[in-house]
Design a protein around this ligand. Structure first.
Ligand code: NAD
Ligand code: DAU
Length: 358
């Protein structure tokens, strides 16, 4: 396997994609990175400050559903690795407007798979050094009761338009491996947190509301469980799969770190009280917690069994939840302009209507 790579990253201006590009850029200095991103509301080139002018990096504004755009990239660049992050990623949005999820997550993934098939298999060249890594989610497995874990063998049971669209794309990626021999690998990861996460997701949303002493919306009884993983640990796992993972295999990635939502919200509040002092009223930020109407079809519990990637690729998360949350809150405090630009910019109306309820 050649060491130097040309990597097409889709969705690299989003949360995980940008963290991934940063990791590759600092770890493999001779890898060429092509970032294809449509710059939807969630794409933000500020996430890549410091990288944008690098010789080994190229940004292309484009839609993964546009076959002409995607095929021309394969023609122009000697792409040997695709890391496919681009997606509509927010469950709440998929409930209120599923169409974009079907388009980007299903049709977009299909378009990329087709382009890779044409470029890699059409020429009948050796595909041994090629890798199409499809980045997916634990939500494809559905919802757990109080016990048990998702393994790579757990049958798919997606329950939101978002998870159904991701499950469809996983099936397509698998089908391209089995039918055409496209060198596909799939990762299914649990909830990420860390720098550059769009403030519609629980942790940065609660951070921003708590900082500005606004109410903190907790859906339902707040006892739903997510398995939290620091984003850099996820990105390192993806790199491990690219470099050492088996073609045609799926790898679960998780933090072994289950938390109830209410607990996560309280951790954010306590860290902020500690770092910036209590609110102007003198009360702790926990007093802002407001239980609001539950998410429709809200999955109760996710928990990943990450034994396979641990045993095959020797990957383990490095960050504990306590360390990761401290780092995350420090990052958001040090980068207030980043979040202010989002919530005070074009996104403001949406943010205000969706996320200050309660
Ligand atoms: P995000 O919403 O922060 O970023 C998505 C990026 O994709 C944005 O930059 C956006 O502009 C781009 N994009 C959207 N539609 C596009 C299109 N049609 N063409 C080109 N670019 C487009 O998402 P994220 O949280 O970084 O998630 C990235 C991937 O990881 C997704 O596939 C998601 O399903 C998966 N994932 C996310 C998590 C998580 O906790 N965030 C966990 C497991 C898996
Ligand atoms: O599990 C992996 C998935 O994690 C990814 O595939 C998704 O792309 C990613 O968005 C995330 O999905 P969730 O729905 O779990 O994340 P979210 O941050 O939206 O919500 C986390 C939990 O917090 C969930 O149980 C809903 C709850 N919640 C969320 C928000 C935004 C609240 O209670 N209040 C809120 O304001």
């Amino acid at each position: 396997m050649k060491n130097k790579r040309t990597v097409l990253v889709t969705g690299g201006a989003g949360f995980i994609g940008a963290n991934f590009i940063r990791l590759v850029h600092s770890t493999y200095k001779d890898w060429r990175i092509i970032n294809l991103d449509k710059l939807t509301y969630a794409g933000n080139l500020n996430n890549l400050n410091g990288i944008i002018t690098s010789d080994t990096y190229r940004f292309v504004k484009g839609d993964i559903c546009d076959s002409t755009c995607v095929e021309s990239l394969f023609a122009e660049e000697d792409i040997d690795t695709v890391v496919h992050f681009a997606a509509e990623s927010h469950v709440d949005r998929s409930i209120t407007g599923p169409a974009d999820f079907i388009q980007t997550n299903i049709v977009g993934t299909f378009t990329l798979l087709e382009a890779a098939k044409k470029a890699w298999l059409g020429a009948k060249e050796n595909v041994g050094n090629k890798c199409f890594l499809h980045v997916s989610t634990d939500e494809v497995y559905g919802s757990l009761g109080e016990t048990g874990f998702f393994t790579e063998k757990t049958p798919f049971d997606p329950r939101s338009p978002y998870s159904a669209s991701k499950a469809s794309s996983d099936h397509l990626a698998n089908a391209y491996f089995h039918t055409y021999g496209l060198p596909v690998k799939i990762t299914n990861c649990s909830n990420n947190y860390g720098p550059y996460q769009f403030p519609e997701k629980l942790i940065p949303l609660i951070f921003n509301n708590a900082l500005h002493e606004k109410s903190l919306p907790v859906y339902g009884d707040g006892l739903n469980v997510r398995d939290w993983l620091y984003v850099q640990d996820h990105c390192e796992a993806i790199l491990a799969v690219i470099v050492g993972g088996k073609t045609g295999h799926c790898y679960n990635i998780g933090g072994n770190n289950e938390k109830q939502n209410l607990n996560v919200v309280e951790v954010v509040c306590d860290l902020l009280d500690k770092k910036v002092g209590p609110m102007s009223s003198g009360k702790p930020r926990k007093s802002l917690i407001t239980f609001v109407e539950d998410r429709l079809g809200h999955d109760r519990r996710y928990a990943i069994d990450a034994t396979k990637i641990g045993e095959h690729l020797n990957w383990q998360p490095k960050m504990t939840f306590e360390q990761g949350m401290e780092k995350t809150i420090d990052w958001y405090l040090a980068n207030r302009a980043w979040i202010d630009n989002i919530v005070n910019g074009e996104y403001q109306n949406y943010y205000d209507t969706m996320y200050t309820r309660g």
